[in-house]
Design a protein around this ligand. Structure first.
Ligand SMILES: [Cu+2]
Length: 151
């Protein structure tokens, strides 16, 4: 009886430890023709070997009119990066080439399309102040949210 209890305790603690180590490693966002993301906040773990960012455009409008991407940046860099992203242009998916402020980003997609990227969890710091946003011209004021980064 005593042994059983000990084993149960080990199993429970083991499972909790495992869950904490893995954390959440996928950010899944939907963008639409109303220039909105479905989430205002997402959470990922800096402990993930690989973080996956998935974007689905649930609208019908083409990328040239209502394109969406997901860019991850420090909140302090948001305004400057969003401004420079417009200058980068559509061919660069509205992300300045080699810009360290863009920690990770997908390409721009149009209605009915999906895209996915991965980046290392170690690019983020647990507890840091991060924002995800769409860098298509004029979208970043509405299409943005808080990225909570756990250990
Ligand atoms: Cu957008």
């Amino acid at each position: 009886m005593k042994l059983t209890r000990t084993l149960v305790a080990i199993a429970l603690f083991g499972a909790a430890g495992l869950a904490q180590a893995a954390g959440n490693c996928t950010i899944s966002l939907k963008g639409d023709d109303a220039m909105k993301f479905d989430l205002k906040e997402a959470t990922v773990s800096a402990g993930c070997a690989t973080i996956t960012v998935e974007l689905t455009h649930t609208g019908k409008l083409p990328a040239a009119a209502m394109g969406h991407n997901v860019v991850i940046t420090k909140t302090a860099d948001l305004a400057g990066l969003a401004r420079d992203a417009i200058k980068a242009g559509a061919a660069k998916s509205y992300v300045p080439e080699g810009d360290a402020r863009a920690i990770a980003h997908t390409k721009i997609i149009g209605g009915g399309e999906k895209t996915k990227i991965t980046f290392p969890g170690k690019a983020l710091t647990a507890g840091g102040d991060y924002t995800f946003f769409c860098s298509f011209p004029g979208h970043s004021t509405l299409m943005k949210g808080k990225l909570v980064v756990t250990k």
